[in-house]
Design a protein around this ligand. Sequence first.
Ligand code: BEZ
Length: 238
Amino acid sequence: MEQPQVLQAMPMPRIGDHAPEFKAVTTQGNINFPADYKGGWVILFSHPADFTPVCTSEFLTFATLEEQFGKANCKLVGLSIDGLYSHIAWLRTIKDKIEYKGMKNVEVKFPLIEDITMEIAKKYGMIQPGESSTKAVRAVFYIDPKGIIRAIIYYPLSLGRNFDELYRVLIALQTADEFSVATPADWRPGDDVIVPTAGSCGVAKERMENKDDMKCYDWFFCTRPLDKEKVMKAILKK
Ligand code: BEZ
């Protein structure tokens, strides 16, 4: 009797870990990850399969937004467990034939990794057998200039990613680093940010009575304004 395929359990990379290292063949040549990207941000993302509709809509969008991510010092790297020639043929089809929501003649210039052995996908926890043991889920890894994983988002096969959110996360992570703040629910540049929690009741009381621009909702929850221009200037300057 045929046994169901059991994938060897691999530890999943977590937020705060060094991004697992690998060398790979891509549509833009060989890469050594994450070493080749040190000094800037990189988003490593996976898609289930070439020549599929949701993935095609995502690639059109990723490629259209590549410049916008680039201005925030962030490169894109894609991966699926398809081979290089499939990748090349699919990206050519996207450029030559697909027009979708005003996106047309879209050239994917960022590297797309071939991973037919699934070695990299497994290393990054992109194969989630409950969803599929033969396709990667839609994983998104945010890796900072030191090669540390700073955020991870997973979507199932059927759900195309929200690119406003992917960009918002990148800007929020950089804002947190740049201004030593946290960002509240649904934060967008220009919204108030959260200042670090007060160390003592005395400090909190002082804060709550403070007439400056800080606003405290209670001793553990204080915000202050942070101009959108200031945020974007700090992030886009690099
Ligand atoms: C898609 O991209 O359309 C897709 C890929 C794999 C499974 C389901 C949908």
